[in-house]
Structures are given as structure tokens and as C-alpha cells.
Design a protein around this ligand. Structure first.
Ligand code: AHM
Ligand code: MG
Length: 335
């Protein structure tokens, strides 16, 4: 008998049964995110055929060139989240301030807020390498009609759900709602995300390290020492493999499935590293912890950091438990 096919929406509905008091509103929000991801996947797949590649000329709040697909992905997510009526506030990498979406839905009292990077790794778009969407869901804290930025500035440990979509050789959505991690692959023939990677666990011992070694000269001595440890052929397991795409979702996804560590450390010029706490580091941290791994800034668990700004950056290390232990032992700042 053929294995039972479970779509993302069926999976979400089945999980909802575990919470008898649930009103199904998170399920609807997750379904909206899945629907937006399918549309973006379609556009990403045909990006080389239509005039959607390359810069559209404007710059985002990080001072980076906005690619047309970035703007498309941002607009698509905002439109689905706004019209879905379950989201009170959206924070996006592409927008300087939060977008209050409850205005048209004050009567339904949306219960959630979403932080997202609609299209991460955008420098990879025009060379056809993998890119992704990252999202994070929190319960709103404000009263009905009073949604604000404060609703988004919550610690990662408060996340209700998080996930990412990788637009790779196939499109996959990886999701946690705090009860393990599951991966769904988009079957383009039926237009559905189908459960393909149930109960993902990250190996405690990984064999891959991922870091932009072009910045080696600027890393602090502890980070340099750890990189030398990774490459050391004399250790029992031999040297680790170096793999770096330069697209967080793709680097993270590979390490999640194969075991490894990803780092974007600080340098003297960039004391907070590059990656953004709220919509890049926290969602991935929730996933990796749910899969048995760890995520820190080298000193502190990422999900324990109180964000003070929407686009705040943090040094980031994420991956397999034993590699993270080795990193902290080398840096000398973790138990
Ligand atoms: P983006 O949000 O502007 O796309 O930048 C984030 C990306 C991550 O996907 C990736 O991990 C990192 O930037 C790579 O940076 P670098 O090219 O400095 O190694
Ligand atoms: Mg990004």
C-alpha cells in the first residue's frame, strides 16, 4: 500500500486536535503563510524568464539594494497576512517600521504577530542559488485595537511557531510549533506541500562548518581558534568539511539535515555581526532547538535575548550540540 500522503494543511489541522480549546486561528495563519510561499515559489522558479531579476533601484532600511523578487515576496506575504485577518502586526526585513494589519480586522481581534525575512539571501537570486523565506509567529501582547511594535519585540523563547521556506532544487517548508520539526516538500503537480521529512533531528556530531572565511582576519582570537580546530586533520574525526553558500536558509537547511555548525561572528568593525535577531536568528534558533541543536551569540542563548530594536543584529552560531559545545569551550564563555 502506498504511504499516506499528508499535506501541510492536513498536518496543521491534525495537530490542532491536540489542543481541544484551540479556535483554529493559528492554523489559518499557517495556512496563509503556506499559500503565500507557493506563490513566491512559482515566481522564483520563473525568475530567469521574466523581467523580475536584478535590482529595482531602491534600497531597503539596511542600505542594501532591493531586488525585484524581494519586493514581490514582501508584498505577497503582507497581502496574505493582512487579508487572512489573524495577524495584528507584521515586521519585515524590507520595512523600516512594523505594519499594523489589525486596522481592518479590529472586530476579529487578531491574536498573532509575524516577523519575517520574505526573501533571504537575495544576493544569490541572479546566480540561481538557493534563497529562502524565514518567519516567526508570536502571540500579540497588546489589547484589541492597540497593536504596536512592542508586540514584535519579544524574546525568541516566546515564539509560538517558526519556520522557513527554501526555494532550492525543490521548494520545502520546514516548520515547528514547539513540538518537534517537520519538513514539507512542494509537489508542483498538485500544488501542495507534502510531509516529506517528519520529526527532523540534527545529529549531535556534525561534520560541516559554515562561515564566511573571507572575514577570517577580522574574527576574534577565540573564533579563529575554533575555525582552526574545525580544520585540524590531527583530531580523531579528522577535518570537518567547509561549506558556505552565503544564504542563511540554504546553509542552515543543509546543516540541519546533515549535522554541522553555522556561524556569523562579530568583527571589530561589526561588533554585532550581520544577521538580524528578530526575523533571521530567532526563527532558526527555535527550529534548531526543537531538532536537538543549539543557537547562541557565543555567550548567551539566542532565544533569551530581549530585542530592543526591530532590525537589531547579533553575532550568531547555530548547529549540532557537540559542535556548539566545542565552540563555547574554545571561546571560553559557555558552560
Ligand atoms: P540578506 O538578508 O540581505 O539576504 O543578508 C543575509 C544573508 C544571509 O542569508 C547569509 O547568511 C549572509 O547574509 C551572508 O553574508 P556574507 O555574504 O557576508 O557572508
Ligand atoms: Mg535576510
Amino acid at each position: 500500500m502506498a504511504a499516506r500522503l499528508i499535506t501541510l494543511n492536513q498536518f496543521i489541522v491534525e495537530r490542532q486536535k491536540d489542543f481541544p480549546c484551540s479556535e483554529g486561528r493559528l492554523s489559518r495563519l499557517l495556512a496563509d503563510i503556506g499559500a503565500a510561499a507557493k506563490i513566491i515559489s512559482r515566481e522564483v522558479n520563473k525568475a530567469g524568464l521574466v523581467d523580475i531579476l536584478g535590482a529595482d533601484g531602491s534600497t531597503n532600511v539596511q542600505g542594501e539594494e532591493v531586488q525585484k523578487l524581494d519586493a514581490y515576496a514582501n508584498n505577497t506575504f503582507i497581502s496574505f497576512l493582512r487579508n487572512g485577518g489573524e495577524c495584528a502586526v507584521i515586521a519585515s526585513e524590507e520595512d523600516e517600521d512594523v505594519i499594523i494589519t489589525e486596522d481592518a480586522y479590529v472586530h476579529t481581534n487578531p491574536k498573532y504577530v509575524v516577523a519575517m525575512d520574505p526573501l533571504d539571501g537575495s544576493s544569490n537570486i541572479d546566480v540561481n542559488a538557493s534563497i529562502g523565506t524565514i518567519f516567526s509567529i508570536y502571540r500579540r501582547r497588546s489589547k484589541q485595537g492597540e497593536a504596536s511594535k512592542a508586540d514584535v519585540l519579544q524574546k525568541g523563547s516566546e515564539q509560538v511557531a517558526s519556520g522557513y521556506v527554501i526555494y532550492g532544487s525543490s521548494t520545502m517548508l520546514v516548520l515547528t510549533t514547539g513540538n518537534g520539526v517537520n519538513g514539507f516538500t512542494l509537489d508542483p503537480s498538485i500544488g501542495e506541500f507534502c510531509l516529506s521529512h517528519p520529526k527532523i533531528r540534527i545529529k549531535p556530531d556534525g561534520k560541516i562548518f559554515s562561515v564566511n572565511e573571507g572575514n577570517y582576519h577580522a574574527f576574534n582570537p577565540g573564533v579563529k581558534k575554533f575555525i582552526e580546530w574545525c580544520k585540524d586533520p590531527a583530531k580523531e574525526e579528522g577535518p570537518l568539511k567547509a561549506r558556505y553558500i552565503g544564504s542563511l536558509v540554504a546553509d542552515f537547511h543543509r546543516n540541519l539535515l546533515k549535522g554541522g555548525i553555522f556561524m556569523y561572528p562579530s568583527t571589530a568593525e561589526t561588533p554585532n555581526g550581520k544577521l538580524r535577531l528578530v526575523y533571521e536568528c530567532n526563527p532558526m534558533a527555535f527550529i534548531v532547538e526543537q531538532a536537538g541543536g543549539r543557537a547562541t551569540n557565543g555567550t548567551v542563548r539566542i532565544m533569551d535575548i530581549q530585542p530592543t530594536e526591530l532590525h537589531q543584529r547579533v553575532p550568531y552560531a547555530v548547529g549540532s550540540e557537540n559542535l556548539m559545545d566545542q565552540l563555547h569551550t574554545t571561546l571560553g564563555v559557555w558552560g
